[in-house]
Design a protein around this ligand. Structure first.
Ligand code: TRP
Ligand code: SF4
Length: 332
């Protein structure tokens, strides 16, 4: 067997069907990493509970997991190469989370940018901020090191979390002796896919996204609604491709024709409607094999279930030995 470069761990919250932004920002590199690393990919259902707003959110976890894992498989995450599992199916992660919380200063957690941002968003006070939310990065650390992950492919926004993981690991190793590797970030190069509104990151909550699993027709409708250069209020006015999100999508899905599109746009010989039509055709062409595989996978009843059960079994084997070692070192 070829020597692998290390062990990858990464996770995604069960948000249901994934979109172009999720694919280009994460999933695509997860697939590619499978050749060079041992990979463990996790649906982090417990993390989803840190921002639970209603019982409906909780009820959505299982169906959302199923939809998301279908996307993973159709994209090429291969259960014969990688371990694919659901976080809560290996309950040892909760044990490790609690034990790590004993070596994590509260100040470290309060300084995490994503936490501070969350506080701002929810107009937080002492009654609304859950203990679990504060501990989000501790649980994330437990995820990674429970499987002795040493490499963590994530986007820019997750870098502070992995940095914190390194600090927790360093502290643990210092007190109890060398036990865990310090996890390193592997940035998943993201061409920063903006949403169809052209302003922000593509996101399901903002409803500016294009789901991978849409039909060709639905895809076209979504793309036709995309915001283009706002100065181009009339077909005769030349456009500015460099500020137009449709153009940045052409760069990814219609590479061959970018020069032509730039020319047409800046000389006002190409209208936005035709430009978007062309993009939709190419996005659909690009996604056709994915969609075909996804339909075939979705038609196999219990397939996802079986893959996740097997994944949890394999993951748990690693987890159990790590927990035994940690308990011993921590005097339990
Ligand atoms: N916090 C990550 C996110 O919101 C998800 C996550 C949970 C994760 N555990 C992880 C990512 C471990 C990498 C490694 O996207
Ligand atoms: Fe954007 Fe295309 Fe319109 Fe130019 S022609 S502004 S690139 S949608």
């Amino acid at each position: 067997m070829v020597q692998k470069k290390g062990r990858i761990f990464s996770g995604m919250r069960p948000t249901g069907r994934l979109h172009l932004g999720n694919y280009l920002g994460a999933l695509k590199s997860w697939v590619e990493l499978q050749d060079d690393y041992e990979c463990i990919y996790c649906v982090v259902d417990v993390h989803a509970l840190t921002t639970l707003e209603s019982v409906q959110d909780a009820k959505a976890i299982v169906p959302n997991t199923n939809e998301m894992v279908l996307d993973w498989l159709a994209a090429g995450i291969d259960p014969n190469k990688s371990i694919i599992f659901v976080q809560s199916h290996v309950p040892e992660v909760m044990t490790l989370h609690t034990l790590l919380s004993m070596v994590t200063p509260l100040g470290w957690l309060m300084r995490v940018p994503t936490f501070k941002e969350k506080l701002r968003q929810m107009k937080a006070n002492d009654e609304t901020v859950n203990y679990g939310l504060v501990g989000y990065p501790v649980l994330q650390t437990a995820d990674i090191i429970l499987y002795r992950g040493d490499t963590v492919p994530v986007g820019e926004d997750q870098v502070p979390h992995v940095e914190l993981s390194r600090e927790i690991v360093r502290r643990f190793n210092k007190i109890f002796g060398n036990t865990f590797p310090e996890p390193k970030v592997k940035l998943t190069e993201s061409p920063s896919i903006r949403g169809l509104d052209g302003k922000t990151k593509m996101s399901k909550t903002l409803n500016n996204h294009v789901e991978l699993a849409l039909s060709d027709d639905e895809t076209r409708k979504r793309i036709m609604s995309a915001v283009t250069d706002p100065q181009r209020t009339h077909r005769n006015i030349p456009g500015r491709p460099d500020i137009c999100n449709v153009y940045s999508l052409h760069k990814i899905f219609n590479e061959r024709k970018v020069n032509e599109i730039e020319q047409g746009c800046t000389s006002a010989t190409l209208g936005c409607v035709d430009c978007k039509m062309d993009l939709a055709v190419n996005v659909n062409k690009h996604l056709a094999p994915f969609r075909e595989r996804r339909t075939a996978l979705a038609n196999q009843p219990d397939l996802v279930q079986a893959i996740l059960t097997d994944g949890a079994k394999r993951a748990r084997k690693i987890a159990k030995s790590v927990i035994a070692e940690v308990r011993g070192k921590m005097g339990l």
